[in-house]
Design a protein. Structure first.
Length: 163
C-alpha cells in the first residue's frame, strides 16, 4: 500500500518554500512600499494646466483645499488615470481649454490613482469625470467621454463665466 500522506507533506513543504521564496524575491525587488509609492506620486497627482503663451505647463498643487479656497475664478477639474483610454482621449481637449480660458478659468487635473481621497470627496465613481467648481462649491459635473468634450465643458464654463 502506498503512503500518500508522506507525499502530500513533501508537496506542501515544497509549496511553502516556493511561496516564501517568492515573497522574499518580491520584497527585494520592490524599491518602495505602496505607501511610499503613493506619497511620491502625490507630488504630480494634482496639477494645474497653464498656458504660458507658447506652451502648456503642468504646475503642481501641493494643498488642493487651500487652492480651491484661494481661487476666485471657476475651476474645471479633470479626474483621470493613466490606464484610462477615454481619459487619454479627453486630454488634448482639456489641455486646449487651458489656452482658451487662460486668465478666465483654471484647468486642474487630478490623477485618481494617487489622489483617491480627493476623488472620493468629489463623489467620483467613474472616470473621466469633470467637475466645475466656483467659490469651493461644485457647480456642475459630468462623467464620461464624448468627442465634443471640449465644447460641452466649454459651454458649461461659458455659462458660469457669463453669470
Amino acid at each position: 500500500m502506498v503512503d500518500y500522506s508522506k507525499k502530500i507533506r513533501i508537496g506542501l513543504i515544497i509549496v511553502i518554500v516556493l511561496a516564501v521564496a517568492a515573497v522574499g524575491a518580491y520584497a527585494l525587488l520592490a524599491q518602495n512600499s505602496p505607501e511610499e509609492e503613493a506619497a511620491s506620486g502625490l507630488e504630480s497627482a494634482v496639477y494645474e494646466v497653464v498656458w504660458n503663451g507658447t506652451d502648456y505647463e503642468h504646475v503642481g498643487i501641493a494643498d488642493f483645499a487651500a487652492y480651491l479656497e484661494a481661487t476666485k475664478e471657476p475651476i474645471l477639474i479633470d479626474f483621470w488615470a493613466e490606464w484610462c483610454s477615454p481619459c487619454r482621449l479627453a486630454a488634448p481637449a482639456i489641455e486646449e481649454m487651458a489656452k482658451t480660458y487662460d486668465g478666465k478659468a483654471h484647468i486642474v487635473k487630478v490623477n485618481t490613482d494617487y489622489a483617491g481621497p480627493i476623488a472620493q470627496a468629489f463623489g467620483v465613481s467613474g472616470i473621466p469625470h469633470f467637475s466645475i467648481v466656483k467659490d469651493s462649491t461644485v457647480i456642475d459635473s459630468m462623467t464620461g467621454y464624448s468627442e465634443e468634450i471640449g465644447s460641452i465643458l466649454g459651454g458649461k464654463l461659458d455659462v458660469i463665466l457669463a453669470g
